[in-house]
Design a protein around this ligand. Structure first.
Ligand code: ATP
Ligand code: MG
Length: 425
């Protein structure tokens, strides 16, 4: 345990920890409790990155924490966690705890509250996540050498990797996530334990898997992350849909695509059909909005590679993808061209992108809402009640104006309707 202010790493001593966070720690300490910042925030500060959210570990029990603060949410009293709201921050404050035996590789049978921070740090997954810092007394508690591992850019389990991965099957995936997001090497014994404990991984809730997968994919090295997933056997368990023979192209596509989650998921599932991509993402409990965006991208992925001899074909593609979807579709196409390493294809995708922008600048009609006639007006011209026939007429008119935008005037559309015959009935 390091306890000498002189030994404090400069990144921590210089870190600007917000006044609100210090106030929480001070209030706990003034009431006679121990209180530390722990976990991801200290790791990120040591890496010279801004902390995302601050977690506090304390000797105080949840009821004591609740009494000390005005705005508190009882997030998980059974596990000793409450959320303290202070200014713009919501801070998880958790009683020092250890965990009883794990019953099913998912959750501990019991939680025991402890009085010292070192035992609390011992239950944490990796040495780099098992560092505590008291910024008021400027005291760093790092019993497992997390700071040294960060310096050496090593990801290592606290304790025996096989044991720790068998307790909670999510940890192997977290290992790969941290290694790829933070650009760390996984310590060989830690990495070797992953294939040995995949049975436990299979019991983890899909929501937890999804959260880690999303963080891995939206990090700076998604290709390295997915490659590690493959090497450790995790990829087959998470997404059996991804055929191993396509992996090298998939990795190159991932390396070439922008950060947004739907784009990265589409780059990952590019070789699948949109139905397969959709069911994979449903299994992982992705929100509907994400699933729809990815399924549409995968569905339309080949469009930018078809021949585009004329503006009408480009407008048809724009109508399919939608004004909001076209940028993503073109980004995916550009990444695919990069992955294939085909210079001519790269140029033609870039040209198509420019043409899309040019054509869009003329604000052509591309969707039903852009038509110069409303559904009611169409029904009046056809003397026909709203129904499938009107739907067919709308599709016909839309196809006509996408082909030739100059037709999009009420009089011209009426004219066309008069000579139109529905295909059915
Ligand atoms: P992020 O920057 O993504 O939030 P984090 O390290 O803060 O990363 P959290 O999931 O927020 O990750 O967890 C906070 C801390 O709780 C971790 O730093 C770690 O000490 C501990 N922890 C989280 N999940 C586990 C787990 N599955 N097993 C053991 N310890 C864990
Ligand atoms: Mg966190």
């Amino acid at each position: 345990v390091t306890n000498t202010p002189a030994a404090l790493p400069s990144r921590l001593s210089q870190a600007a920890i917000p006044e609100e966070i210090l106030r929480i720690l001070r209030r706990l300490k003034d009431a006679g409790h121990a209180a530390y910042l722990v976990g991801g925030s200290i790791r990120d500060l040591l890496l010279g990155k801004p902390a995302k959210d601050y977690d506090v570990a304390t000797s105080a029990h949840a009821e004591q924490v609740i009494r000390l603060f005005k705005r508190v949410i009882p997030t998980g009293i059974k596990h000793g966690t409450v959320t303290v709201l202070m200014g713009p921050f919501s801070v998880e404050v958790t009683t020092f705890r250890g965990e009883g035996a794990y019953i099913d590789g998912r959750r501990p049978e019991s939680v025991v509250f402890l009085d010292n921070v070192v035992d609390d740090l011992a239950r944490r997954d990796f040495t780099i996540n098992a560092i505590a810092f008291d910024p008021i007394e400027r005291k760093l508690v790092d019993p497992f050498g997390g700071e040294g591992d960060l310096d050496a850019r090593t990801l290592r389990c606290v304790g025996d990797p096989k044991e720790r991965f068998s307790e909670d099957g999510l940890r192997p995936l977290r290992a790969v996530r941290f290694a790829s997001v933070l650009d760390l090497q996984i310590d060989p014994p830690t990495q070797a334990a992953i294939p040995e404990t995949l049975g436990t991984f299979d019991r983890v809730a899909q929501e937890r898997v999804r959260e880690e997968l999303s963080k891995l994919l939206t990090g700076p090295h998604p290709d390295r992350g997915v490659s590690l997933l493959e090497q450790t056997g995790l990829l087959k368990r998470i997404l059996p849909e991804i055929a191993p023979e396509w992996l090298s192209f998939t990795l190159r596509r991932l390396a070439a695509i922008a950060t947004e989650l739907p784009l990265r998921l589409a780059a990952l599932l590019f070789e699948a059909s949109s139905a397969v991509a959709e069911s994979a993402l449903q299994r992982l409990r992705y929100p509907r909005k994400v699933i729809d965006a990815v399924a549409q991208l995968v569905e339309l992925k080949d469009l930018p590679f078809s021949r585009f001899p004329d503006d009408a074909s480009v407008r048809r593609m724009l109508a399919c993808a939608g004004r909001d979807g076209i940028d993503a579709l073109m980004a995916l196409a550009a990444a695919q061209a990069q992955a294939l390493g085909d210079q001519e294809l790269i140029r033609s995708v870039a040209n198509l992108r420019t043409r899309c922008a040019q054509i869009l600048s003329h604000a052509p009609p591309l969707s039903v809402g852009d038509l110069a006639l409303s559904g009611d007006q169409i029904a009046r011209v056809l003397r026909c009640p709203p129904g499938p026939r009107i739907g067919e007429a709308i599709r016909y008119l839309l196809a006509s104006v996408i082909e030739d935008p100059s037709l999009n005037r009420a009089d011209r559309l009426e004219e066309r309707l008069k000579s139109w015959r529905p295909t059915a009935g």
